[in-house]
Design a protein around this ligand. Structure first.
Ligand code: FHN
Length: 602
């Protein structure tokens, strides 16, 4: 299978490097707050001035082998290099346009050619980023025009050098620059593993399709991400730094920043710690999703020292625990766990293994619903130490974590099962450690009396360029497994769950923000009804009053939660739980994206 390497790889290096790396977020003494590679649009720098940066581009420390070695030693299996970003400056030797790194700079070399030569030596697949739509240097580069929403107050297209929107003919750019440059990239650099496209804002369906055909013709094994636009592509790109809530269908990838920018910025020191990066990697691995982690090299061609430090740690961890990530499948349980992550390793002809990647140490952890016999349980490479486990009633498996794991960074405990195939897991939702988690992705969504079917077309494929969801009349499960755009009082979500004990429960509504909104937005009035076992429904009406989740580490799609009061349940048993939006005071600002409902036993 041509995509097998991708699903096994799990971890790749994204590289944003260009003229923008020289000013590094500061232009004429003014500092930008947005991502560094958007410098030209942010300060509306004319091409003549921005292009003059080329005369200063001479990265004497650039060493393609060193970059590839760092990626390999970090445990990465592929690399995606920005051959042309929105500024239109080619970071390779282009015969089509002299606005390129080899012809316009004193450096005079072709970094892409050097990377293409180095990648195979370090076992890396080469991927190429190409901004197929936006091109601020070309007079006809993609421009949604003055009427369209801006990107953080900036124009998507170059309306400072080329303000006459009506005169722009995207076709001229497409035929004259994009297609010829893509042909160069696909013919001049050996095998390309991925063509990574971005921001399909104005490109037509026919044009996206043309690019796909070109890639297929010139490099039949090359994968294409869905940001090519119009539903094309071999694998899905989540939004930047976006975390899916549940394993998706098909192959996916999340591109993520190590600080708050893609292109280098002198003053961005908000680095994720190795623990945060590894948690994100494990969280994505348990959703069967790859992590494309960004590096923004400095103007001298070296990686920022903080980047190198973090990558060294990911490398150490993956050397020890990579077996729990590479080639492993998604968490088979109904929920994710507060203590960490679960992946499945299926080995041809051998017993299946479950790997528990522990983010927060607890003396005991529990798994509910495993319908397979556990043969053996151990903690890897400690040196290997046996781990006690036992059945604590029903389908609940208790695993006692050895004390010596407490001080380790995300240690891994492995359960070997008797089965040799995908483990059977029961689909019941039950409280675990006194918390009943009801993920949106496991609920049944109803629009009035109707059960909601699939994601409506308006929402499909969104998020690639950080777009806001368009106004839709009903909520729906989005591609990340969250219930998005909930403002309609006719909508509700229902779950069936089993309560082993009666008692009082605190109700928490866990939400997630898009990049435009706060997750803990408050003011929505919701109704929670719990019914079953013949008795009258137990109803709670509450106005949400939320707060951000302090442990949210993704910094972009931030989770938050709101308490909705307490609820008493008389008697144990099976219950139907239904959550309804009674009133959403400001649909534009307060539409809710529900991640899960939590009932915490008091
Ligand atoms: O606008 C770009 C941005 O500069 C960066 O390249 C990211 C990486 O995923 N993609 C776009 C925004 O989503």
């Amino acid at each position: 299978m041509r995509a097998q390497w991708f699903s096994e790889a799990r971890f790749g290096m994204f590289i944003h490097w260009g003229l923008y790396s020289i000013p590094g977020g500061i232009w004429r003494g003014r500092e930008m707050s947005y991502i560094g590679e958007w410098l030209q649009a942010c300060f509306r720098i004319p091409n003549r001035e921005y292009g003059a940066l080329a005369a200063r581009f001479n990265p004497e420390r650039f060493d393609a082998e060193q970059w590839c070695r760092t990626a390999r030693d970090a445990g990465m299996r592929y690399l995606v290099f920005s051959a042309k970003h929105h500024d239109g400056f080619a970071m390779y030797r282009s015969r089509v346009d002299s606005y390129n790194v080899a012809d316009a700079t004193p450096f005079g070399r072709d970094p892409l050619a050097e990377l293409a030569a180095a990648c195979p030596k370090y076992g890396l697949k080469l991927g190429i980023y190409y901004s197929q739509d936006l091109d601020w240097h070309h007079p006809d580069g993609g421009d949604p025009g003055p009427e369209s929403p801006k990107n953080h107050g900036m124009s998507w297209g170059n309306d400072w050098d080329y303000p006459a929107h009506r005169g722009k003919r995207f076709r001229r750019y497409f035929e004259g620059k994009a297609i010829p440059q893509l042909t160069e990239l696909l013919t001049g650099y050996g095998p390309v593993g991925i063509m990574w496209f971005d921001c399909p804002l104005t490109i037509s369906r026919e044009e996206s399709g043309r690019i796909v055909e070109l890639v297929r013709k010139l490099q039949p094994d090359c994968l294409i991400n869905t940001r090519i636009g119009h539903g094309f592509g071999d694998y899905g790109s989540y939004g930047d730094n976006q975390l899916p809530a549940a394993p998706p269908e098909g192959m996916w990838e999340t591109p993520g920043t190590l600080n708050r920018t893609w292109g280098f910025k002198w003053n961005d020191h908000d680095w994720k710690t190795p623990g945060e990066v590894l948690s994100l990697l494990a969280s994505l691995a348990e959703k069967d999703t790859n992590y494309l982690l960004n590096v923004g090299p400095m103007p001298d061609g070296s990686f920022p020292p903080e980047t190198v430090r973090v990558l060294r740690e990911t490398g150490k961890w993956l050397e020890r625990y990579g077996f729990a990530v590479y080639g492993c499948g998604a968490n088979p349980f109904q929920c994710s766990f507060d203590w960490g992550y679960v992946t499945v390793e299926q080995r041809p002809g051998k017993r299946t293994r479950l790997h528990l990647i522990i983010r927060e140490f607890r003396p005991e952890i529990r798994l509910y619903g495993l319908e397979e016999v556990v043969v053996r349980c151990w903690a890897a490479a400690e040196p290997e130490c046996p781990v006690e486990f036992g059945c604590s009633g029903g389908r609940c498996l208790t695993i006692r974590l050895p004390e010596r794991l407490r001080a380790r960074l995300l240690p891994v405990v492995t359960l070997e099962l008797a089965c040799r195939n995908a483990p059977a897991v029961c689909t019941d939702l039950v409280p675990l450690d006194h918390v009943l988690r009801l993920p949106a992705a496991r609920g049944t969504i109803r629009h009035g009396q109707r059960e909601a079917a699939v994601e409506p077309a308006e929402l499909r494929g969104l998020g690639a360029a950080g777009e806001r969801h368009p106004a839709v009349s009903h909520c729906c499960l989005d591609r990340t497994g969250n219930l998005a755009e909930w403002h309609n009082p006719a909508d509700r979500i229902e779950w069936e769950a089993y309560f082993p004990e009666e008692g009082r429960y605190r109700v928490e509504v866990v939400t997630v923000s898009g990049i435009h909104g706060a997750a803990w937005k408050t003011g929505q009035k919701v109704e929670l009804a719990v019914s079953g076992d013949g008795g009258a429904a137990n109803v709670l009406v509450a106005t949400l009053n939320g707060r951000p989740d302090p442990s949210a580490s993704d910094r972009c799609y931030i989770r938050g939660s709101a308490e909705a009061g307490t609820l008493s349940l008389n008697g144990a048993g099976r219950r139907k739980i239904s959550l309804r939006m009674l009133d959403c005071p400001d649909r534009e600002a307060l539409a809710m994206t529900l991640a899960e409902l939590r009932l915490v036993r008091l």
